[in-house]
Structure formats: structure tokens, C-alpha cells
Design a protein around this ligand. Structure first.
Ligand code: NAD
Length: 485
């Protein structure tokens, strides 16, 4: 793949264009610290142009509104096929922009994005209303209509996949989308827009406008032509968006952060649980909203599990993200690395015991924002590293006495995105699954996703669901029609 293959302009009304101001921002490869390219930086006037283009395709008689749902599905399916065929190209773009191993971007994230498109293509034309009998002299029914122009704002950890989690259901339901990727990682979504155009998506149906959160995000949230905001990102920014969207009473959905408990009972397969604990926190360099960042271990299994977990963590070595065997890449930015390192200091000063990692590392080049897989033991629930989302490869281990203690400690967080339980006792597993306040609970596994299964948060992890039938709720509204007979 050549550098020319990279798209770095705004995608508005089916064309790649410069920002009206001519402004750009640099995007950097976090593994080499080298600039990849300058990306067009949208302003409020570009947002307005994108929203107008998206609105035009919501007008009666537009190409998009005239299109049969099944033909919309065919376009989504074609884009999925193209993503699958070009996973190596777009995966490489994702890896150099984000720092994640090519193993993840090419073989996990891109196929997951394609599967999401296939899944929601299947819903096109199957989102129906119903006839509701109410009286002899009335014929009453409901229509499920698109909400309109969806303003989507997405984070940098799964730049392509999480964007597709919003684009696929929104388009399947007949909406149009204006989306702002995180400025650290705009390139894969711009490439996606190129594929979508090539696959025949009409101009204006999807618009991609990279730029600063405060500028583009605010303009999108304030714009009267945007009907709904679908946000994935931090709780802090989510709170601001919700408050701001109140002014225009937009429909808002928020997929926010987490501090998910990974609960291991002594009767579990400890070998599998150790592997699972590592996958839970070190996959995606720990920059995963659902990361199992709190390992809760039953007292009697503590020593055995910790020996297994630390041994494996010490063997995980950061390496060139473009190498197919690499499993630990670079953190997304210098700023993120510094945040993670400051949490490691907080763990030490709060009195937790550092048993693996705990420092920056490099891959022999002297460059790159790499941090060793880090494990703290003897963490208490009130320590900062047990309460706050670190969003990096740092695991906080907490002991528990019995199931009640595990539930209490598992729920001792403002977040509620995900959790896992490891045990051979099937009743205990289901009891814990019911008692943990989280949107997803895995049993004897971690980090498994499917487009058919809803994903989203309880508590301060947000509301609304991506994926599954539930996602259709965000992108449709019900109209009741009453015919007097
Ligand atoms: P972030 O909140 O800093 O940024 C998310 C997006 O919001 C970016 O596109 C950013 O540019 C934009 N933004 C920033 N300021 C804004 C503003 N004032 N108005 C509007 N938009 C603004 O999050 P991040 O650092 O990119 O991502 C990490 C966070 O995302 C973590 O908290 C993580 O848990 C969360 N996350 C949640 C999920 C989920 O599904 N629940 C998935 C992935 C990430």
C-alpha cells in the first residue's frame, strides 16, 4: 500500500474536500512518533454543509428515500464485501494511525465491521410497524420511521469498528449520517467513506468530518438539522453532549466508559481464567471500553491465579504493530501514555503492590508510546486505580471472600458496561450474572462480541444499545396512524 492511498480530506456530499478554512491537523503514528499526514480539520461551516447534504437525502423524492429497503441492504452488503476484500489495506491504515497490532485491525476489527454491515443489511425492510385493533370504527396502525439525520461522534480505540456500529444500523433504517471520528484516528473512516462511495452509496447519505471535538462536536450537537446524536466516548464528554443537546432536545444515545469486574472463583478452570484475565485487560492495549480492568479473585485461589497471570504478563512483549505476530502495540498517543503512567504512580502511592510491568518500554527503536503490561495486586476498592477508567494496560487485582462480597465489590463502581464470571458452578454463574449491574456479562470468557447481541451500558456507562435488534430503537421512531372508518 502506498501513502497516496490514504484519504485525508473531509467527505461531504460524496466528495473529498478541503476544510473551507483550509485548516489541517497532523496525525501521527504512535509506534514511530512520525507524522503520517495532515488531515483536513472541519469547522462549523463544513459541519453545516455536511448536515445540509444529509438532510437533502432525507427529503421525500431523494435518491435515498426512493430507494427500496432491499436495495439499501444490497449497498451495505457490497460495502461489507469490499471491507472484507480490502481488510489488509484498511487494517494497515488503522494500525499506523492507532498503534494497535495488525493482527487486531486486519483480522478482528475489520471483519467485525463487515459482519456488522451484513447483519444490519438483513434488517433493512424488516423494521416494521403493526396494526393495532382498538375499536370497530377505526383502523389503527404504526409506522417505524427513520429519525432523520444522525450525528455520530466516535472514539479512537476502535475507529473503524465503532463507527460502523453506528453507520450500519442508521443506514439500514433509512437515516443519513454525519460522523466525526476522533482526531487521533480519522484515517480508517475516511477510507471507509471511499469504499462506500465506490459501492454506490448515494452522495450525502454518509458524511465524514474529522476535526477538533470542541469545534465539530459542538457544531454537530447544536445544529438544528441534526435529529439524533449517537456518541461513543468518555463519560466526561458524554455528559457535556447530553447537556448541550438539551437545547435542541435531540434524541441522544451514549456509549461511555467502564471499570469492568472480571470475577474469578476458586472453582473455576484457573488456567482458562488466567488466559481470560490477560485477554480482558491487555487486548487492544487495554484501550477498550469493556476492558476487564478489575480482576476480582476469591481468596483461596489468589496465589495460584496470580502466579499464572503475572507469568504470562511478563512474557507479553510490545513489538512493531505491523508485524503479524505482535500482540501488544503502542498506546494511541503520548498524552494517553502519560495518563497511563500517572495512574501507575497513583497505584503505587495508594499502597497497591506492583507485580508486573509498571513502566514505559520500547521496541528497540527508541521511539513509540509503549507501556509494559502492568499488574497491581492487593488493590482496595477505594484506590484510584480501582475506581477510575485508566484506558491502558493496567490491571487492578482485588480479593474477595464469597459470592456476596464479589457482587458488592463488582458493583462498587459508577460504571456498568461489562463484567465476567469464571466458575464451574452453573447456578452461581447465573446468579452473579443477574446481580452484576452491567450491560454485558460473560461467563467463562471475556471480550466476545457479535453484531446480533446488544452492547451498551448500565449506570454511568450510558444508555442506548449498539448492535442487535435493540440498536434499531436508536435510529427509528414510531408514528401512530388512526383511520376513522
Ligand atoms: P473522548 O470522549 O475524549 O472522545 C470521543 C469523541 O468525542 C472524539 O471524537 C472526540 O473528538 C469527541 N469530542 C471531544 N470533545 C467533544 C465535545 N466537547 N463535544 C463533542 N465531541 C467531543 O473519548 P476517547 O478518548 O476518544 O475514547 C475513550 C473513551 O471512550 C473511554 O472512556 C472509553 O471507555 C469510551 N468508549 C466507550 C465505548 C462503549 O461502547 N461504551 C467504546 C469505546 C470507547
Amino acid at each position: 500500500m502506498t501513502a497516496e492511498a490514504i484519504q485525508n480530506k473531509l467527505f461531504i456530499n460524496g466528495e473529498f474536500v478541503d476544510a473551507r478554512s483550509g485548516e489541517t491537523f497532523a496525525t501521527t503514528n504512535p509506534a514511530t512518533e512520525e507524522k503520517i499526514t495532515d488531515v483536513a480539520s472541519a469547522g462549523a461551516d463544513d459541519v453545516d454543509a455536511a448536515v445540509r447534504a444529509a438532510r437533502a437525502q432525507m427529503e421525500p423524492g431523494s435518491d435515498w428515500q426512493k430507494m427500496k429497503p432491499r436495495d439499501r441492504a444490497k449497498i451495505l452488503w457490497r460495502i461489507a464485501d469490499m471491507l472484507s476484500a480490502r481488510a489488509a489495506d484498511i487494517g494497515r491504515i488503522e494500525t499506523i494511525d492507532n498503534g494497535k497490532p495488525i493482527f487486531e485491525s486486519q483480522y478482528v476489527d475489520t471483519p467485525a465491521a463487515a459482519e456488522c454491515l451484513y447483519y444490519f443489511a438483513g434488517w433493512s425492510g424488516k423494521v416494521t410497524g403493526e396494526t393495532i385493533p382498538i375499536a370497530d370504527n377505526a383502523f389503527t396502525y404504526t409506522l417505524r420511521e427513520p429519525v432523520g439525520v444522525v450525528g455520530a461522534i466516535t472514539p479512537w480505540n476502535f475507529p473503524l469498528m465503532l463507527a460502523v456500529w453506528k453507520i450500519a444500523p442508521a443506514l439500514a433504517c433509512g437515516n443519513t449520517v454525519v460522523i466525526k471520528p476522533a482526531s487521533n484516528t480519522s484515517l480508517s473512516l475516511l477510507k471507509f467513506a471511499e469504499y462506500a462511495k465506490e459501492c454506490g452509496l448515494p452522495a450525502g447519505v454518509l458524511n465524514v468530518i474529522p476535526g477538533r471535538g470542541s469545534v465539530v462536536g459542538n457544531a454537530l450537537v447544536d445544529h438544528p438539522g441534526v435529529d439524533a446524536i449517537a456518541f461513543t466516548g468518555s463519560a466526561e464528554v458524554g455528559r457535556g453532549i447530553m447537556a448541550r443537546a438539551a437545547k435542541t432536545l435531540k434524541k441522544v444515545s451514549l456509549e461511555l466508559g467502564g471499570k469492568s469486574p472480571n470475577i474469578v472463583f476458586a472453582d473455576a478452570d484457573l488456567e482458562a481464567a488466567a488466559r481470560g484475565a490477560l485477554n480482558a485487560i491487555f487486548y487492544g492495549k487495554g484501550e477498550v471500553c469493556a476492558a476487564g480492568s478489575r480482576l476480582l479473585v476469591e481468596e483461596s485461589a489468589h496465589d495460584e491465579l496470580m502466579a499464572k497471570v503475572t507469568e504470562r504478563a511478563n512474557k507479553m512483549v510490545a513489538a512493531d504493530p505491523l508485524h503479524p505476530k505482535t500482540r501488544l502495540g503502542a498506546l494511541v498517543s503520548k498524552e494517553q501514555m502519560e495518563t497511563v503512567l500517572s495512574y501507575i504512580e497513583a497505584g503505587k502511592s495508594d499502597g497497591a503492590k506492583l507485580v508486573a510491568g509498571g513502566e514505559r518500554t520500547d521496541i528497540g527503536t527508541g521511539k513509540g508510546y509503549f507501556v509494559k503490561p502492568t499488574i497491581f495486586d492487593d488493590v482496595e476498592v477505594d484506590h484510584r486505580i480501582a475506581r477510575e477508567e485508566i484506558f491502558g494496560p493496567v490491571l487492578a487485582t482485588i480479593r474477595f471472600k464469597d459470592a456476596d462480597d464479589a457482587i458488592a465489590k463488582g458493583n462498587a463502581t459508577v460504571y456498568g458496561l461489562a463484567a465476567a464470571v469464571w466458575t464451574r458452578d452453573i447456578s452461581k454463574a447465573h446468579r452473579i450474572a443477574r446481580s452484576i449491574k452491567a450491560g454485558t456479562v460473560w461467563i467463562n470468557s471475556y471480550n466476545l462480541y457479535d453484531p446480533a447481541l446488544p452492547f451498551g451500558g448500565f449506570k454511568e456507562s450510558g444508555f442506548g444499545r449498539d448492535q442487535g435488534r435493540d440498536a434499531l430503537e436508536k435510529y427509528t421512531q414510531t408514528k401512530s396512524v388512526w383511520v376513522n372508518l
